[in-house]
Design a protein around this ligand. Structure first.
Ligand code: ARG
Length: 261
């Protein structure tokens, strides 16, 4: 995770960002700290990446890379405003016990890649259409040695895969069908007949931008309907307030890069 120390909305690269309204920096930091404490209280180790001035979106740490079994496929950002974030993430992995691979193709890390370790022996779901290039899906498959299922996103409000789909456990997903092309919807139906289906209200409340450890599902507290759906599916919803981060177009999942050593 990376604290929102320099968090502002100075540019707009997704429909949620409004440069005319100032962000509450203190509130953003408080909410972020609460999310970090929530994860720590659930027993997770949280590593913190230092925030860098001039990189207001760095708080969305999920976009910096994608790791599977100790191998890390680095990010290459779509927009120049976020370009320099990739090197900061790369440094973190290169200094640790990771095999880091710098990408050729544009991809925004876990923003557009999800991993299901127990589906078909390890399956990667990948989004394209707004940020990540389709060529990066094939590149990720070669780097990580896992099958990559390409899914086309069609609604600009749900510009990253992690705004429209999430893994609830090692083999089960939840998603908002209308965020995907009809063919990709069919693929999702075929692979995940037991998925938890979200609706537009769930997705707009960033209810799919969640973090699950297979039991606890940490999600935006505005996504009350989604919390009930995951509870009915057998998980324990853990709502957190992240109203400020939502103004940059992200929530719980965007703020956390999951490490898969
Ligand atoms: N303002 C950021 C952007 O548009 C938000 C990124 C959200 N991150 C995510 N994993 N969906 O790039």
């Amino acid at each position: 995770m990376c604290p929102p120390e320099y968090f502002t909305i100075d540019y707009a690269i997704n429909p949620w960002m409004d440069t005319t309204v100032a962000v509450d920096a203190d509130l953003a930091l408080k909410q972020w700290q609460l999310l970090r404490d929530t994860l720590t209280d659930l027993g997770h180790a949280v590593h913190v990446l230092d925030a860098l001035s001039g990189l207001p979106d760095m708080v969305y740490a999920a976009n910096g890379a994608f790791s599977v079994d100790g191998t890390v496929y680095g990010a290459r950002f779509r927009y120049p405003q976020r370009d320099a974030e990739a090197a900061a993430h790369e440094r973190f992995y290169v200094e640790g016990p990771w095999a880091f691979v710098r990408p050729v193709h544009v991809n925004e890390g876990e923003g557009d890649f999800a991993y299901l370790p127990d589906a078909y022996g390890g399956l990667i779901l990948a989004g394209h259409g707004f940020r990540t290039d389709l060529a990066a899906h094939a590149e990720a498959q070669e780097v990580l040695g896992r099958p990559v299922i390409s899914l086309k996103l069609i609604d600009p409000a749900f510009y990253h895969l992690d705004t429209a789909l999430a893994a609830l456990d090692d083999r089960r997903v939840t998603y908002f069908p209308e965020a995907f092309s009809p063919a990709s919807r069919r693929v999702l139906r075929q692979l995940f007949p037991d998925a938890v289906i979200a609706d537009r209200a769930d997705a707009e409340a960033f209810g799919l931008n969640l973090l699950s450890d297979g039991r606890h599902v940490v999600l935006n507290n505005e996504a009350a309907g989604m919390a009930e759906k995951v509870r009915a599916a057998g998980y324990v919803p853990v709502p957190v307030e992240l109203s400020e981060l939502k103004r940059g177009g992200g929530s719980v999942k965007c703020a956390v890069a999951e490490l898969r050593p």
